[in-house]
Design a protein around this ligand. Structure first.
Ligand code: NAD
Ligand code: TYD
Length: 341
């Protein structure tokens, strides 16, 4: 493993992973392959080209474009694909599922075909705990049945199933990680933690869906990156690994932690109409990952604290996004008239 193609590397987790790998593996080179959708942002990689000019390259491309994928693999002598490229926001998947099916399902198939035809050493898929659907009790093991309930989760699940099929049918060297909710630097402020943090900083209400008792495992993005790196190097081919802290934080508690850290009043919490089909609880069993020797360095609350600090210190990054027309249109469409009194 030497030359990695990181698809979706200009997004939140991908850009953190690029930095993590270049720092940790001095012999590796990376080509980021990214379509630069609304969520892709070269500001996320601003320092990378300066710090590692000889080991980093960027290609502007769609993973659905099979010819450009192959061309990139050949030109950069890629031996490993790590696939972060996806449409990722559940609420947008409810508004417009088409883009999710194109990128998350068809795009993954294109990468599988390139891996197969060009004889690559590995394709790693960055998947999600959402494939297990709502988990009323206990915790999801990698062997549990998948039961996705949103168009986003269904598209990610389809990709996982296709990856497994390529492994079984063609012997493709694949691995999959299924991560819980990541938080940290460079997360687009449509996702709840950066949304609530940046709203609170501007004294704008925090739109909390339903009763706010939905449970998520908010874990720190660099812990996730470390887990992916470990699976790339020590994971079993064909295997799936859950990644999270195993903790459970109700959304209302997460909102209170953010407000407390920023010294803002709880009256900023604004209950709004719930998300249709909202999964009330995700819970991962992460023993398989632990058995590889991995342990998250941050608890959920530490992850929230670090994330809030980063947004406080990096207004240069999020203010242009939030003041942009595209973001504001989305915000209106998603939240206008949704308040519950
Ligand atoms: P993100 O939305 O911040 O970034 C996605 C990136 O993919 C963007 O840079 C975007 O431009 C790019 N992209 C989208 N469509 C593309 C296409 N057709 N071709 C090439 N590039 C394309 O997402 P993220 O939060 O960084 O998530 C990365 C991956 O991790 C996704 O596959 C997601 O499903 C998975 N994941 C995310 C979380 C989370 O909490 N954020 C948790 C578990 C798994
Ligand atoms: P999100 O960050 O969209 O991640 P996911 O739905 O993929 O887990 O949402 C995290 C939780 O926060 C989820 O239970 C929905 C809730 N939420 C709100 O209460 N208000 C919001 O404005 C958003 C975006 C999410």
């Amino acid at each position: 493993m030497r030359n990695l193609m990181i698809t979706g590397g200009a997004g939140f987790i991908g850009s953190n992973f690029v930095r993590y790998v270049l720092d940790r593996h001095p012999a590796y080179r990376i080509v980021v392959y990214d379509k630069l959708t609304y969520a892709g942002n070269l500001d996320n990689l601003r320092d990378v080209a300066e710090r590692w000019p000889k080991r980093y390259a960027f290609v502007h491309g769609d993973i659905c474009d099979a010819a450009l994928v192959r061309e990139t693999v050949a030109a950069h002598e890629v031996d490993t694909v790590v696939d972060f490229a996806a449409e990722t926001h559940v609420d947008r998947s409810i508004m417009d599922p088409a883009a999710f099916i194109k990128t998350d399902v068809y795009g993954t198939y294109v990468l599988l075909e390139a891996t197969r035809e060009m004889g690559l050493e590995r394709m790693h898929q960055v998947s999600t705990d959402e494939v297990y659907g709502h988990v009323p009790e206990g915790s999801s093991k990698e062997t549990d049945a998948v039961a996705p309930r949103s168009p986003y989760a269904a598209s990610k699940t389809s990709a996982d199933l296709m990856i497994n099929a390529y492994h079984v049918t063609y012997g493709l060297p694949v691995t999959i990680t299924r991560g819980a909710n990541n938080i940290g630097p460079y997360q687009y402020p449509e996702k709840v933690v950066p949304l609530f943090t940046t709203n609170a900083l501007d004294d704008i209400p925090l739109p909390l869906y339903g009763d706010g008792l939905q449970v998520r495992d908010y874990h720190y993005v660099l812990d996730h990156c470390e887990a992916i790196d470990l699976v790339l190097h020590a994971g079993e081919i064909g295997a799936i690994y859950n990644v999270g802290t195993g903790a459970e934080v109700p959304n209302i508690e997460m909102a209170r932690v953010i407000l407390r850290l920023l010294g803002k009043p709880e009256s900023l919490i604004q209950p709004v109409r719930d998300r249709p089909g909202h999964d009330r609880r995700y819970a991962l069993d992460v023993e398989k990952m632990r058995a590889l020797g991995w342990e998250p360095a941050h608890t959920c609350v530490e992850a929230i604290e670090s994330t809030v600090r980063w947004y406080v210190e990096n207004e240069w990054w999020w203010r242009p996004i939030k003041s942009g027309k595209r973001y504001q249109e989305y915000y209106r469409r998603q939240y206008e008239g949704r308040e519950i009194q």
